[in-house]
Write a protein that binds this ligand. Structure first.
Ligand SMILES: Nc1ncnc2c1ncn2[C@@H]1O[C@H](COP(=O)(O)OP(=O)(O)O)[C@@H](O)[C@H]1O
Ligand SMILES: [Mg+2]
Length: 278
């Protein structure tokens, strides 16, 4: 069953006053970021999104999340056009977006509180999800008392505790060291196997993209569209060891080949891109 449908989504932004961009000899004060993105995602699918840095992956997630409006085209969840943040969509960012003044437990509870879950129930539920992510005994710690990996576990526990139909993850493990990242990837898969929510996960790691996904979506350089979709037919549940298999290696080559040209284009575009950086 189709859960997310992105149809012909285009997005452009006005540049800062006085700035212009020249593409193919045409000078404009707007920057085109998404250029007709089409993508349908089934209920319970795990999709990973790879593409050159600055290609528009975060903007695409924002459109699906209802955090930003498409310039044209439409994103739908269960057939309904996304016009504002959806109560059953959860978002996990690269930076641990936890409230520093709330404990781990209170951070998870917060998501339930805003959804009107009664106090006793939300405490139980928040605890269950922290335990699921191996945080038993850390409920009363403040974010500053937790490692980066633990903070990101809390953020994921918080997102999943709301029972989302759609979980959007924007490079959630990018700031973590390699080992912690490996552990969190397999934990995320273990929990996803149980709940099978629909996940759209952005990463710049090809290995992470393949290991997690049912399908890897390769985006073109900006202005982005879907370049290629690689179906990952590796058995589940997946062990980290699978990354050493021949099949995995073949996917690695395949995805890299698709991505390589786009990364090249994005690099040629680098001087241009750097003018938009904040
Ligand atoms: N609010 C904005 N105003 C202007 N430009 C933006 C805005 N948000 C993103 N961009 C530009 O859109 C492009 C794609 O950004 P982003 O989606 O963050 O890329 P990435 O694929 O790395 O996640 C970048 O060039 C960025 O500068
Ligand atoms: Mg991004």
């Amino acid at each position: 069953m189709e859960r997310i449908a992105v149809s012909a989504v285009r997005k452009s932004f006005n540049l800062k006053p006085g700035q212009t961009v020249t593409v193919d000899g045409v000078t404009s004060s707007r920057i085109a970021v998404l250029d007709g993105v089409d993508l349908t995602i089934d209920s319970g699918e795990f999709i990973t999104l790879v593409g050159p840095s600055g290609s528009g992956k975060s903007v695409l997630l924002d459109v699906i999340a209802g955090l930003t409006e498409a310039t044209s085209g439409v994103a739908r969840i269960d057939g309904v056009e996304v016009v504002k943040p959806h109560a059953r969509t959860a978002y996990v960012f690269q930076q641990y977006a936890l409230f520093p003044w709330r404990t781990a437990l209170q951070n998870v509870e917060y998501a339930l509180e805003v959804r009107g879950v009664p106090a006793t129930e939300r405490r139980e539920r928040a605890k269950d999800f922290l335990h699921l992510f191996g945080l038993k005994g850390f409920e009363d710690r403040f974010p500053s008392q937790l490692s980066g990996g633990m903070q990101q576990r809390v953020a994921i526990a918080r997102a999943l505790s709301t029972d989302p139909q759609v979980l959007l993850m924007d490079e959630p493990f990018a700031a973590l060291d390699a080992q912690t990242r490996d552990i969190l990837q397999s934990e995320l898969l273990r929990i996803w196997e149980q709940i099978k929510t629909t996940v759209v996960f952005v990463t710049h790691s090809i290995d992470e993209a393949i290991y997690l996904a049912d399908r890897v979506v390769v985006m073109t350089a900006r202005p982005a569209s879907v370049k290629e979709i690689v179906k990952i037919d590796l058995p589940r549940p997946r062990d980290l060891e699978i990354r050493n298999s021949e099949a995995f290696n073949a996917y690695r080559g395949r995805v890299w080949e698709s991505l390589r040209d786009e990364v090249g284009k994005a690099q040629r575009d680098w001087t241009l891109a750097s003018t938009y950086a904040n």
